[in-house]
Design a protein around this ligand. Structure first.
Ligand SMILES: Cc1cc2nc3c(=O)[nH]c(=O)nc-3n(C[C@H](O)[C@H](O)[C@H](O)COP(=O)(O)O)c2cc1C
Length: 158
C-alpha cells in the first residue's frame, strides 16, 4: 500500500507535517510519496491498482478560508473535470487558526467537501490543527495518522 500525501501550503507548515507523517508511518506502508499540489489536477486520483494508494490531503488555509494559491488549480479541477471518485480512500489534515473565526481550517475542509461530492471515501474524521494554540502540529498529526492507519490495516484481511 502507498500513502500518497498531497501538500497545499504557503509558509511550509503543511510540508513539515507531511514529512513528520512520512517518517512516523513509513513502517506501516510500502511507500510514502509526498507531492506538492502545484501543477496537479484531478488525474492525481486516477485509479492505479498496483499502487493501492491512500490519499492524505495535508492543506493549510489562507486568504479568508481559502486553499493556498498553489493548491487552487487542483481544487478548481473538482468542478472543471468532475468524475466519480468512488475508488478513492482518503484522509485530511487541515491547518488553520481559530482566530480567523468561521473560516477555521477552510482549506482542508474545502477539499474534504469536494472529495465527498465526487463519491470518495473518507477513512477518518478531518484532523484540524489550530495554530493559535502555539502547539506545533507535526508530532500530533503524525500520531493521529499512525493511529488510524494501524487500525485500518488491522481490519484489512490478508
Ligand atoms: C494571511 C493568512 C491568512 C490566513 N487565513 C486563515 C483562515 O482564513 N482560516 C484559518 O483557519 N487559518 C488561516 N490562516 C492560518 C494558517 O492556515 C495557519 O497558520 C497554517 O498553519 C499555515 O500553514 P502553512 O505554513 O502550511 O501555509 C491564515 C494565515 C495567514 C498568514
Amino acid at each position: 500500500m502507498k500513502l500518497k500525501i498531497l501538500v497545499g501550503t504557503v509558509t511550509q507548515t503543511a510540508q513539515g507535517v507531511a514529512q513528520a507523517i512520512a517518517w512516523h508511518c513509513a513502517d506501516l506502508v510500502d511507500t510514502v510519496d509526498i507531492q506538492p499540489m502545484e501543477g496537479l489536477d484531478l488525474r492525481v486520483f486516477d485509479a492505479n491498482p498496483e499502487e493501492d494508494a491512500i490519499h492524505l490531503i495535508c492543506c493549510s488555509t489562507h486568504g479568508s478560508g481559502d486553499v493556498p494559491d498553489g493548491a487552487f488549480a487542483l481544487y478548481a479541477s473538482f468542478d472543471a473535470q468532475p468524475r466519480y471518485l468512488g475508488h478513492v480512500r482518503y484522509a485530511v489534515v487541515a491547518l488553520g487558526d481559530r482566530s480567523y473565526g468561521d473560516t477555521f481550517c477552510g482549506g482542508g475542509r474545502r477539499f474534504d467537501e469536494k472529495l465527498q461530492d465526487l463519491g470518495a471515501r473518507r477513512l477518518v474524521d478531518v484532523w484540524c490543527h489550530d495554530a493559535c494554540t502555539g502547539e506545533p502540529p507535526e508530532a500530533a498529526a503524525a500520531e493521529w495518522c499512525r493511529g488510524w492507519l494501524q487500525a485500518m490495516l488491522a481490519d484489512t484481511p490478508g
